[in-house]
Design a protein around this ligand. Structure first.
Ligand code: BGC
Length: 747
């Protein structure tokens, strides 16, 4: 760093000298001369900096910013995430490979409820970004799980904005520790893939503020990302990338974001409007956008001040990048060490949904009959830009073998053959980034074959899978709901094994929520690892054997049935094509009629039964919660609660703090998540006191009429839950003075 500064200083001094002597422009960009550089740039150069361009520095990177050699402005490299770095693993004429680690997907990371863990994971991820010569990781994705069918939910965290925001902030901090950037995306309200390029999300200001922007607000303030990616969709009539209200009034002026905003890939025609709105960088960038900016500047529709403002932000970004610093990347990150990080992260996040009669943990000595196409075709991540090229994704069959289980060999071979048959189709689908649909044809096994297997084995483990990805939403039939083969297999397994007093364990290797209410009684235990990355199968096996005591909890609600979900009334399920302008009139807009009543906010307030509530997850041990304490001060309150492991094995507990606001003022959900904490690994009998802080601002609701955040006076209940439906302790306090925070209208 010192050396860079010295070089920079020398180049500045020499630059000035040479400029004075010969009047040629040799001044090169450095941290301290951004304004001078802007003063030397032609408008053409300025427009060039605002538009991405082609590049070949890192094959498989999603995009580049353009170089201006005479000013010492290097090209910078942008590549996808969020489950790891996405670059091409092979390069022509080179034997070396460039694989990256496939970490657990965001939904699984959120299930850890452990921001520190997330930060550790993304510190490793960011090292791969740095060592492979990339400047910005295009992640985290953080749109809310408004509806379970959104095809990219696995790239996102939760139905709750606080959990989503805290996870994204931790993600950003971890990656950026490496001196590389992140791009928080897709800002905002990109909650569906159907017609994602054109769909107009029509949302009330209150729902926007409290839900769809709140998670971004937390991530921006607490994570300080270098960049933000605006989304493709419209929001209340304007493309988000062209919305001054969103990109300047809220993001910059109100939240204090000081980085660059880039478009999502494939810019709209309104380049000028985007630039004026505060969208600094058009990606992936075309010459026509440079021409448009230049024309607008010369005719005055983009002022010189606006142009320079965007250029200044770009240069501030560029001077931070490894490419600018001349970092000599190794192309050799420690993939072995990172695989361990990925495995540990999955272990800490997997959720145990059901465990009747202590079916789990298994002893490890059992003869296991392992069922399901997904036992081999394991879904580590998902498809689309979120997929990472890893050199290997462990399968359940492999992980169980490695852990020393005796698997039913005939059955294992049967699935190997079946998988080989299916592979050609699967491969075709994998290579298709766009419009991927996952129809997994489960193998048909006769009831007779299953009864024989039940006689020969001690326990059945069925791995049930779902894949999904960018460009398409999931559908209800055969995806959210089980298909006929899966249902039949479950029923037959359940009858055959239960008839002999043996157990059935189901592993849900799914990218998003599926229906569970109609079949969960058939299984004795259900383990939910989501899409857990390249090492996830090993982590699942460690949970099955009890080597790991599960401590993950649900970051969203599992409804009894799809139609119970409020957004089912307007989410365009069943029309799962991405679509381009004009092609899909029926999904031109989506009215978010459910307003703030998303997920548990709706179910809990209206007493609608669910299959599994938000925040739910079992453990192999039990925990008791002490009487909590709450101390108020002028900024909010601090709560403490002591958790004790009352069971027989070590374990970690997530404690969720919900607040129920007094009646009066705005109508509010019955309870809202306002903080959470996770204990360390507690030995049997061991206790830990968790401290959680909540500010008054965080307790406020958004009053659209006044465009202000407001807290009502009165009695607030602070609830400590093992899930939203399992409150273990409550304490209350009186808020004597109402407070409000006015904000500027967005439009
Ligand atoms: C996706 C983004 C991604 C970008 C670059 C877009 O289609 O929506 O999430 O970062 O492509 O690959």
């Amino acid at each position: 760093m010192k050396q860079t500064c010295l070089i920079v200083l020398l180049c500045f001094v020499f630059g000035l000298f040479a400029f004075a002597q010969t009047n040629t422009n040799t001044l090169k960009l450095c941290e301290d001369n951004i304004d001078e550089i802007i003063g030397m740039m032609t408008n053409e150069e300025k427009a060039t900096i605002l538009v991405g361009g082609p590049g070949s520095l890192v094959p498989g990177a999603a995009g580049y910013t353009r170089e201006i050699e005479r000013l010492g402005i290097p090209m910078t490299v942008l590549a996808d995430g969020p489950a790891g770095l996405r670059i091409q693993p092979k390069r022509e004429g080179i034997d070396q490979t460039f694989y990256c680690t496939g970490f657990p997907t965001s939904t699984l990371l959120a299930s850890s409820w452990d921001p520190e863990l997330v930060e550790t994971v993304t510190t490793a991820m960011g090292n791969e970004v740095l060592e492979y010569g990339v400047d910005v990781l295009l992640a985290p994705g953080m749109n809310l799980h408004r509806n379970p069918l959104c095809g990219r939910n696995f790239e996102y965290y939760s139905e709750d904005p606080l959990l989503s925001g805290k996870m994204a902030a931790a993600y950003v901090r971890g990656v950026q520790k490496n001196g590389v950037g992140t791009s928080v995306k897709h800002f905002a309200a990109n909650n569906q893939e159907t017609n994602r390029l054109e769909n107009d999300a029509r949302i009330s200001n209150r729902a926007l503020r409290e839900l769809y922007l709140k998670n971004f607000e937390i991530a921006i303030k607490e994570g300080k990302p270098w960049t933000v990616m605006s989304s493709y969709n419209k929001l209340n009539g304007d493309y988000t990338q062209q919305s001054f209200g969103l990109l300047t009034t809220v993001l910059r002026d109100e939240w204090g974001f000081d980085g660059i905003v880039m478009t999502d890939w494939g810019v709209k025609d309104g380049t000028v409007k985007s630039s004026k709105a505060g969208n600094d960088l058009m990606e992936p960038g075309r010459q026509v956008e440079i021409d448009r900016i230049l024309a607008a500047v010369s005719e005055g529709s983009i002022s010189q001040v606006e142009l320079d403002r965007n250029v200044r932000r770009m240069l501030h970004y560029i001077v931070k990048t490894p490419h600018f610093r001349g970092y000599k990347f190794s192309n050799k990150p420690d993939l072995k060490a990172h695989a361990q990080v990925a495995r540990k992260a999955a272990e800490e996040s997997i959720i145990l949904l059901r465990n009747e009669d202590n079916t789990l943990p298994l002893k490890g000595s059992e003869k296991v009959a392992l069922y399901g196409l997904t036992s081999l075709d394991f879904v580590g991540i998902g498809t689309g830009s979120g997929e990472v090229y890893t050199d290997h994704i462990a399968t359940m069959q492999e992980a169980m073998n490695e852990a020393g289980f005796t698997l039913d060999q005939n059955l294992a071979e049967f699935y190997q053959h079946y998988f080989a048959q299916q592979e050609a189709v699967q491969k075709m689908e994998r290579n298709n980034r766009w419009g991927y649909r996952n129809i997994r044809e489960e193998a048909e096994l006769s009831a007779r074959a299953i009864s024989l297997q039940a006689q020969e084995n001690d326990v059945a483990v069925y791995v049930l899978g779902r894949n999904a990805g960018e460009g398409a939403d999931r559908v209800l039939k055969d995806d959210f709901e089980l298909n006929t083969n899966e249902r039949e297999l479950l029923q037959n397994l359940s009858s055959a094994y239960h008839a002999l007093g043996k157990k059935l364990v189901v592993v849900l290797n799914v990218g998003g929520v599926i229906e569970t209410a109609s079949w969960k009684h058939l299984a004795d235990a259900i383990v939910l690892p989501w899409s857990p990355g390249q090492e996830g199968a090993h982590a699942v096996v460690d949970v099955l054997t009890g080597k790991v005591n599960p401590s993950g909890k649900l970051p969203m609600t599992f409804a009894m049935q799809y139609m119970d979900i409020p957004s089912s009334k307007n989410f365009p399920y069943g029309q799962n094509t991405s679509g381009r302008r004009g092609e899909r009139k029926d999904v031109d807009f989506t009215n978010y009629e459910e307003d703030i009543w998303v997920g548990y906010r709706y179910f809990q307030t209206n007493n609608v039964g669910v299959s599994y509530p938000f925040g739910y997850g079992l453990s192999y041990t039990t925990f008791s919660y002490s009487k909590p304490k709450v101390k108020t001060d002028k900024d909010g309150f601090t709560a403490t609660i002591t958790v004790t492991n009352t069971g027989k094995v070590a374990g970690r507990e997530v404690v969720e703090l919900y607040v129920a606001a007094p009646a009066g003022g705005l109508e509010k959900p019955a309870r809202e998540l306002k903080a959470f904490g996770k204990t360390k690994l507690l030995a049997p009998g061991e206790s830990e006191t968790l401290t959680m802080k909540v500010s008054t601002y965080e307790m406020a609701s958004f009053n659209e009429k006044n465009s202000s955040w407001e807290t009502a006076v009165g009695n607030y209940q602070v609830m400590f839950g093992a899930s939203v439906g399992d409150i273990r302790a409550t304490v209350s306090f009186e808020l004597k003075n109402a407070q409000s925070w006015m904000v500027k209208m967005m439009w």
